[in-house]
Design a binder for this molecule. Structure first.
Ligand code: GLA
Length: 686
């Protein structure tokens, strides 16, 4: 990170607060009301011009900045800062009518037409030219405007157009491959193109993995996913270069999508592409949504390397794009915001300021709902604005790493999108969130990290379903264990290298040596098969399913923690009762445990509790908070700031009493830690 936006112009705050603001959807009278309401709500920043290209450049030869000049001036006079978008997310109709060759093409060959948004090819040289022109004009005009505190490149790069299979994409894919492989034979070997007569004799024969008559080549698919992310990064870099040149000192960001509803990009590669990290997150409605939110926020913090970041979008209440879009309950808007703040967000922003009256998102919530200021949502929005001002001392403080971490590998996640796996029911991210929940149940903080992060800093590392393990990662995991990290991983980990090629000689492939076990056969189980694992009297028994394996012990340091019990389904699965199900091997100062089946919640919880206790780690939270809250900590100069989010099962009573349990005091004036609450506790550092 080279720069972070300066503190808000409103002098009574240090945390930024605001939303996407689309004044082009409203008449001037509404603008005046908007500014007054923003002041009432404590808004410090708005993101402008995200989808304004057609308004800024109504025809190829005409430019209109008057409205933008006017609204930036009005905002600036009101002390509201601007995060100015480059407007390139949605090209105007004149452009795509004149040049339909910039429109993206789907896997099955369909064109994504105008009339929605994000209908552009990341690799189109023509699109790039037009997009950079609008970026340049905006940067020239507003690059030195003191109201502009940040630049916002495009929007959610890689939403609808992330995988473009057009001819432009094909040409760029080939160029990318040439840069990543020594020669064509190197590529043929990596992809295993002897299979199904897929050998390439010339680079020109290579296409994006378009819809074919049978499964696409997994190595090709994985490289295409990497290439597609890099194509977007290239677009980001091109816009950023112009912004840096014409608007020096104003930090640049782009809003990432680390959330449950997106699965397209390896964001771990983007960590250094912008001056600061920002993320969009939308709460999963129903049970477990808050843990998923915390998981995503923690993953964002890892991309930001523990430094503060911006929550660029979340919703005050319902979204409009699920089958059913439940409203948030009273308090949840605040709870969600503080939970992000606890994980490092120094800006709490929403999509969007005022709910649209027309267009595809007219039923999406906003800071000002259709009902206007006399509404529950606006009251909560205003209260949050006040509270953020009283939390100002938290701003700028980095996240304090936990002792435990969960490894989330984006490439494994991408690969699991494909078919032809032994078990195509595996939902990698959901499974990791399930493990996250178990850590929370145990009263432990856990960081969601990516393989590129410093893994050896953690005392305990959980890496379930870590399928893609290049030899370099295997070596780093081994070093971490030898130097004292306690690792636990599961079935289907270590199986494949960076080209999705299977390691030979037995599973879990690249991790076999480290774990001291060998498996000669994977055994996914049909739904409804329930196995029992046996802890041998002293340790807990538990239920398992989905997968099992005949685990063979190959290293003398391996201890068996669970065996498959003598039950009907064990025999049906072809396993001998007594076969090791969970093992643990000591190595150097650490250990490496292997779980060969999918343990049900309480069995997983028992096992992790045992492994964590043996690693000498105790709960981060005292009773009665342990298990009932998600905790995150930011380290200030004088104090640590603990954000406690109630997981919604037990009313935890007066906030002062809760804060006292941590030896701290409540910051921000919260009274209770009820079911949909979160509080920030200031714990002085001794
Ligand atoms: C994304 C986009 C916004 C808006 C919201 C709706 O995050 O960036 O423009 O469409 O989704 O949830």
């Amino acid at each position: 990170m080279t720069a972070f936006p300066r503190r808000p112009s409103r002098d009574d705050s240090a945390l930024h607060y605001g939303a996407d603001y689309n004044p082009e959807q409203w008449p001037r009278e509404t603008w005046r009301e908007d500014i007054a309401l923003m002041q009432e709500a404590g808004v410090t920043v708005v993101t402008l011009a995200v989808f304004s290209w057609a308004r800024i450049q109504p025809t190829e030869d005409t430019w209109d900045f008057t409205w933008l000049d006017e609204i930036i001036d009005m905002l600036s006079k009101a002390g509201i800062d601007v995060d100015l978008a480059t407007s390139t997310a949605s090209p105007p109709a004149w452009l795509t009518m004149k040049h339909p060759e910039v429109l993206p093409v789907t896997y099955d060959g369909h064109i994504l037409w105008q009339g929605g948004r994000q209908h552009w090819r990341p690799t189109s040289p023509l699109f790039r030219q037009y997009a950079l022109e609008v970026t340049r004009r905006l940067a020239e005009r507003y690059g030195h405007n003191p109201a502009v505190v940040a630049w916002h490149v495009n929007n959610e790069l890689g939403g609808a157009n992330v995988f473009d299979y057009s001819d432009d994409a094909a040409a760029a894919f080939r160029a990318w491959l040439r840069g990543h492989y020594d020669d064509l034979e190197d590529l043929n070997a990596a992809w295993g193109t002897s299979f199904w007569s897929q050998h390439y004799a010339r680079w020109e024969e290579i296409l994006p993995p378009r819809q074919a008559g049978a499964q696409n080549n997994p190595g090709q698919v994985l490289d295409f996913q990497r290439f597609s992310g890099d194509a977007l990064r290239d677009h980001l870099a091109a816009e950023t270069a112009i912004l840096h040149e014409l608007s020096p000192g104003v930090p640049v960001t782009t809003n990432l999508m680390l959330a449950a509803n997106y699965q397209s990009i390896d964001y771990s590669a983007w960590a250094r592409d912008t001056d600061f990290i920002s993320n969009d997150h939308y709460l999963l409605p129903g049970e477990g949504g808050i843990e998923e939110l915390a998981f995503s926020a923690s993953a964002t913090s890892a991309i930001a390397d523990g430094e503060p970041w911006w929550l660029m979008e979340h919703a005050t209440s319902a979204v409009n794009w699920r089958t059913v879009n439940p409203a948030k309950r009273p308090g949840q808007l605040r709870r969600d915001s503080l939970t992000h703040l606890g994980h490092g967000a120094d800006a709490i922003c929403f999509f969007q300021w005022r709910a649209s009256a027309a267009g595809g998102e007219r039923f999406h919530s906003a800071m000002v709902p259709h009902a206007g200021r006399h509404s529950r949502v606006f009251r909560e929005v205003t209260a949050l604005g006040r509270e953020l001002r009283s939390l100002r001392e938290v701003a700028g403080s980095p996240s304090l790493p936990a002792r435990c971490a969960l490894v989330f590998d984006y490439e494994t996640w991408l690969l699991f999108q494909g078919d032809s796996m032994p078990d195509n029911r595996i939902e990698y991210r959901e499974e990791l969130v399930r493990w996250y929940r178990v850590f929370a149940d145990l009263g432990l903080r856990v960081d969601v990290v990516c393989p590129q992060n410093d893994l050896a800093r953690y005392d305990f590392l959980a890496a379930p379903l870590l399928h893609l393990v290049p030899s370099t990662l295997a070596a780093r995991l081994r070093e971490a264990v030898e130097s004292g990290t306690h690792l636990v991983t599961t079935y289907f980990s270590g199986i494949a290298d960076e080209h999705a090629r299977v390691y030979l000689g037995g599973y879990p492939g690249a991790l076999r040596g480290l774990l001291g076990v060998r498996v000669d056969e994977m055994r996914p189980l049909l739904d409804g098969t329930t196995l029992m694992v046996d802890g041998g009297g002293t340790m807990a028994n538990g239920l398992a399913g989905s997968w099992c394996e005949p685990v063979e012990i190959v290293s003398p340091e391996v201890e068996v923690l669970r065996t498959y019990s003598d039950c009907q389904d064990t025999l049906k699965a072809g396993l001998q009762p007594g076969t090791p199900a969970v093992t643990r091997r000591t190595l150097g100062r650490g250990s490496a445990a292997y779980v060969s089946t999918r343990l049900e919640h309480s069995a997983l919880s028992d096992l992790l509790a045992e492994l964590i206790a043996r690693a000498g780690i105790t709960a981060d939270l005292p009773t009665p908070l342990a298990g009932e809250v998600i905790a995150s900590v930011r380290r200030g100069d004088q104090a640590d700031y603990w954000t406690l989010t109630n997981r919604g099962r037990v009313d935890l009573g007066p906030a002062d009493d809760v804060a006292a349990l941590l030896g701290g005091t409540v910051l921000g004036g919260a009274h209770t830690l009820g079911l949909d609450d979160a509080i920030v506790v200031r714990v002085p550092r001794r």
